[in-house]
Unconditional design. Sequence first.
Length: 558
Amino acid sequence: MPAGAHGRCAVVNSNDTVVIGFDALDFEYLDQFADELPNFQKLRSRGVESPLQSTLPPWTGSAWPSMYTGTGPGQHGVYDFFDHSGYPDTASITSRNDVHQPALWNYLTADSRPSVVLNLPVTHPAEEMEGVLIPGYLAPENSASSPPSVRSELSDAIGEEYRIYSRGETADDGEMKRQGYLDLIDLRERAAVALLNDYEWELAVLQVQKTDSVFHNFEDTASFRQIYQAADRFLGSVLDTVTESTNIVICSDHGIGHKDGYAIYINEILRQHGFVEGTTEGEQASLGESKQQLLEDEQTQTEVQEDSSSTLLQQTTLAASSALRTIGIGPADIYSAAGRVGLQPLLESAVPDGVKQSMAQIVDWRASKAYSRSTAELGIRINLSGREPDGVVPAATYEAIRDELIELLESVETPDGEPAFEFVKRREEIYDGPHVEDACDIVFLPTDMNHIIETKLYGREFVPIDRYDHERSGVFIAAGPDIQTSTVPELSLVDVAPFVLALLGQPVPDRMSGTVPTELVDLPVSYRRYDGLSFGGAGQDANGTAEVTDRLEDLGYL
């Protein structure tokens, strides 16, 4: 057990606390479906609620670690779904060992206080702790729990094999995918009840992911409603399981909303201005292409095989693309030409996304001066000599290149004549902490979050969109005997962890960048320094020295 807490003080008597994370939960849909969400409405009527400002970037990979550590990306070091220690084509999927800060349960473990953690993203490999932990999103399907026996015990308790991902997770058939989501939330509900009943805990952190996935994969209100109703049933079962003396905290890592702006092909913009070089060789890490590797389920793989007509189309298109390249005509040329003669919409509708990707050039990361590594990072990385493995930008010109890039992006306008970006800033203006160097050199935010970022090269800088994607503002709801129902201050995602520790009467770590909203806590709040605290799947110290993670090929964000 971790030890060595400095300045230890007694834990204040408090009530058990449950934190329920619903990915991308948004007040717009809680309000829209209110009449069909009795458990959410019950909690909202007796508690407090407020918009919850997410981190930048507002994506699962960096946001949930910010929630459970009470620190921002500059402190915990995760900005994406990948650890970009080299170039994007050698990136590894983010794991708990890439999060260089202790989590809520690590601080409680220091005082022998047990926790239950279920399905929280970026918690694999499961770390030793007081209590039980079963990892969530980004973990391989067969990831072990902590202790290792818990996952099999849970499967016995719920009468079926516990799963991280749904059956048909990557299915093309909409009904199969949607039913898989509903079945998974039901399984998660039964698992949560079993863990709460069968194991000792003072803190429980439970998470539901599909409240996000449904918006990325469906467009109809009926599907959204079904998933929100399933989430409400999950909440109801938890409320029925715990006592009235339990504090309940609901949070989301970000919100979700309809987008009718543009896909901004950021690397295409950089290519047009001489910063990015393209190539037809190699490939970029893509979770969408290799999510099967996370599922590791032969039945699921069989269910989602492409139909023969799609495969034939892809083979035909690849053959044509290869032939055109031999005479100097690349996919970007084809796409641009289609746009000039008015055939772009037909091209987009006729060619599957996977085929378009296979036709497109990709960024030559090593030859480029600067590039956007990932759709989720919302930034530009400079290929700096002495920092990147094959850097081409001399250190002496680093600031001049940053100035040039900022000036360029600030001038970019959409086809409607509006600024494409709400802001473009140097990373040190956004982040602070020991891991700022891991961030992109320039950070931006699409205007009103109404545009999305694409990193592929298609010969076009903007393509209209009609889809759902993330909002910076999520949901905070809290109710319980230790929660004051006063006016709620403006809250950030990093405030959740110190708030929860305060509810538990646990001294708040001085390393947390989030603050306790004292207006909401009906308990004295104390602070302390925690030294020598071990955390992470393979063990790492509080200064953030982590075991090197295994490289996983062909992974990326859906």
